[in-house]
Design a protein around this ligand. Structure first.
Ligand code: URP
Ligand code: ZN
Ligand code: ZN
Length: 491
């Protein structure tokens, strides 16, 4: 007996067809008109779209960062993702300083034990010693095909140009892809103390410490190195005109370079959100910073003309009002881990969050929530408001991420033989985004009050229904690691 999705409209990156979809076990086995329902469980999809499960290739679950640990983990983050229509994601493993890449992998495998949706890992190199360089090709045996390098966060994750160049050469030789966080961290590290010394400590000055030029410069540097080494490059969280221009130039020269932006950069501005009264702006502190309405236009243009290939979230969320309960004692005893247990101990307990940066923008943990809302907000602003087609929406949020990161066609589309990660999308459903109805572990969302039309009504992971309306049907341990393939195409 299979599951028959009957009477819906299947939307892929290339087609919109009225068809039934038969799923047997975990796989799509038949797509066609009037498939015989006998012996199958029928899901009535009349008036609904069937779209592939969303893929978010940029998340930071359970990440120790900014003096605390991000709130959502492979339990809460996964449930929230699924409620928003995302059934797979790739998280960033961080190589511990002095440790190996495999040490990082081991730690992330532990974090991922409660998985409820499918997941993969990128590996962020922070310390490229000779033996670490030799380790890079062995990651392919572990299903890890993508490396990440931070050109910013000096004295934390930042690498130097030699590391970037050497990594690219090795990645190119092994069919791997390099991802960069492109901001000139040395310039930022020079601007920040000057701003603070001038008494410019509010959240808005975080944006002043990371102007668009430093993103454009770093993007250009990485793009040029990709051209020189022939390494596939994927620039993460692109926000502004100078970096888009650098990527566009590289693509025009035939370099193997690609890029993503993240949802927040299409909606939020430094002026309104970072510059909100009091400490409110801390909610919106992320790196690179949110920019201007003009840059939002540039991003939509880049999405339309194919300069950008994907839209992710960079989900990395911290309490706005954290640091409640005996958290200092907990920190002394346990270090920066097991915060979930601390929070479960008493209703008011919270790990530290954004308040760490009151009076000093440089101490505000960088990042924001967004994993749950990505598909709804991009559908609303993209498809409903006529900026992109429903097919392009699927391409940017599902298919291209799968292709670029070696998961296609198992993931990212609805076709015979693909994993049955299917979102039954109700294009008529109206919904107001609010912290009151979010599934993320957060005390705020960045789209508070935004009205959307179109949301998942049911979500299936490899054929199993995990979301039905407001009901959660998934379970810990049901999410599987995605073993990815190298030599993915440059789009
Ligand atoms: O502010 C951000 N983006 N936080 C997460 C880490 C990163 O740089 O992606
Ligand atoms: Zn980053
Ligand atoms: Zn990130």
């Amino acid at each position: 007996m299979g599951t028959l999705f009957k009477g819906g409209t299947v939307i892929t990156a290339s087609e919109t067809i009225e068809a039934d979809v038969l799923v047997e076990g975990e796989i799509v086995t038949l797509i066609g008109r009037n498939i015989n329902a006998k012996g199958h469980e029928v899901v009535n999809c009349k008036g609904k779209y069937l779209i592939p499960g969303g893929i978010d290739v940029h998340t930071h679950l359970d990440l120790a960062f900014g003096g605390t640990v991000a709130n959502d983990d492979f339990n809460t983050g996964h449930r929230a993702a699924a409620f928003g229509g995302t059934t797979s994601h790739i998280d960033f493993v961080i190589q511990p300083k002095g440790g190996s890449l495999h040490d990082g992998l081991k730690a992330w495998r532990e974090k991922a034990k409660p998985a409820q949706i499918d997941y993969g890992f990128h590996l962020a190199i922070t310390d490229l010693r000779d033996e670490v360089m030799a380790e890079i090709p062995t990651l392919l045996d572990e299903g890890v095909t993508s490396l990440k390098l931070f050109m910013a966060y000096k004295n934390v994750f930042q690498i130097d140009d030699a590391t970037l160049f050497k990594t690219m050469r090795t990645a190119a030789a092994n069919g791997m892809i390099v991802m960069v966080h492109a901001e000139n961290g040395d310039v930022e590290a020079t601007l920040t103390p000057s701003l603070l010394a001038e008494g410019k400590t509010d959240p808005i000055y975080h944006a002043h410490s990371r102007p668009p030029e430093i993103e454009g410069e770093a993007t250009n540097r990485a793009v040029v190195m990709a051209g020189m080494t022939g390494c596939s490059l994927y620039v993460v969280h692109m926000t502004c005109e100078p970096s888009i221009a650098a990527l566009r130039r590289g693509r025009a020269l035939g370099y193997p370079v690609m890029g993503e932006s993240c949802t927040q950069y299409f909606f939020l501005t430094a002026e309104k959100h970072l510059g909100a009264p009091g400490f409110e702006g801390a909610k919106f502190v992320c790196s690179p910073p949110i920019r201007t309405v003009h840059d939002q236009g540039v991003l939509w243009g880049a999405v339309k003309d194919g300069t950008l290939q994907a839209v992710s979230t960079d989900h990395c969320n911290f309490w706005f009002e954290g640091g409640k309960g005996p958290w200092k004692e907990w920190l002394d005893k346990h270090g920066n881990k097991d915060w979930e247990k601390f929070e479960a101990k008493a209703p008011g307990n919270r790990r530290p969050g954004k308040e760490l940066g009151k009076g000093n923008f440089a101490k505000i943990p960088n990042g924001m929530p967004g994993l749950e809302e990505r598909m709804m907000v991009m559908w609303e602003a993209g498809v409903n408001q006529g900026r992109i087609s429903a097919n392009r929406f699927v391409e940017l949020l599902c298919t291209n991420p799968a292709k670029i990161f070696g998961m296609y066609p198992k993931k990212g589309t609805i076709s015979v033989g693909s994993d049955a990660d299917i979102v039954v999308w109700d294009p008529k459903a109206k919904h107001t985004l609010s912290v009151k109805n979010t599934h993320m572990r957060t005390d705020y969302i960045v789209y508070e009050g935004m009205k959307v039309r179109g949301k998942p009504s049911m979500v299936f992971l490899r054929g199993k229904k995990i979301v039905d309306g407001d009901q959660w049907l998934g379970a810990n341990g049901e999410g599987k690691f995605i073993h990815r393939k190298p030599k993915a195409p440059v789009l």
